[in-house]
Design a protein around this ligand. Structure first.
Ligand code: 5GP
Length: 211
């Protein structure tokens, strides 16, 4: 089979549990590389530079844009977020499946640029669960929670553009489901053109030998 990594975008409403989902996915399976984004958002308590994000000033971020160091970027609730190019390209070339955990505008830009990208959308089972998770997180002000709920309503309109919908009810089931989907993608014919060409050639060679 072709040994190329797959570029995977995971989106979902803020509070859908996608962050935890990515954490448990990477803990259990080892062929995934999670891209670390740059952002102008301030770190939340417990977040670490270079682990959760690369924290940038607006000027620094705009410089990265100007130098074309980002595959995509978007504004989300008054902050910039973007995906650094170097890490993604080197990991894909090394055969890793690279996961971008990004919001929907960025997801669509990535799909446009790299049409073979696999788009996964993570959703909680219902809207009430989403609000309870955002409140329970205890890190956001009521205003931020309100803007994130509004944003979720907008983002819901874009779910149809994704390839797979992941309902995050039981985190472990969800983790294994995401892994199965990605593994199945590796078997897609369009991702295995080298293998197919090689076996076609071998078979033709065999036939010639027999004649
Ligand atoms: P948070 O502030 O909760 O960490 O992230 C807010 C939103 O920004 C989430 O939906 C997250 O997936 C998204 N996000 C994180 N990094 C990036 C990125 O590099 N590009 C884009 N477009 N969105 C991102």
């Amino acid at each position: 089979m072709d040994n190329k990594g797959i570029l995977i975008v995971v989106s979902g409403f803020s509070g859908s549990g996608k962050g935890t989902l990515m954490k448990v996915l990477l803990e259990k399976y080892n062929n995934y590389a999670l891209s670390i984004s740059a952002t102008t958002r301030k770190p939340r308590e417990g977040e670490v530079e270079g682990v959760h994000y690369f924290y940038k000033s607006v000027e620094e971020f705009e410089k990265m844009i100007a130098k074309d160091e980002l595959i995509e970027y978007a504004r989300y609730v008054n902050n910039y977020y973007g995906t650094p190019r170097n890490y993604v390209e080197s990991q894909l070339n090394a055969g890793k499946d690279v996961i971008l955990e990004i919001e929907i505008q960025g997801a669509l830009k990535v799909k446009n640029k790299y049409p073979e990208t696999l788009l996964l959308f993570v959703t909680p089972p219902d809207a009430g669960t989403l609000e309870r998770r955002l409140v329970g997180r205890g890190t956001e002000t009521p205003d931020v929670i309100k803007s994130r709920m509004l944003r979720a309503a907008e983002e819901a309109d874009g779910m149809d553009a994704y390839d797979y919908l992941i309902v995050n009810d039981d985190i472990e089931e969800c983790r294994d489901e995401v892994h199965r989907i990605i593994q199945s993608e590796h078997c897609r014919c369009s991702r295995n053109t080298e293998f197919m060409n090689q076996i076609k050639e071998e078979l033709r060679g065999n036939l010639k030998g027999e004649l």
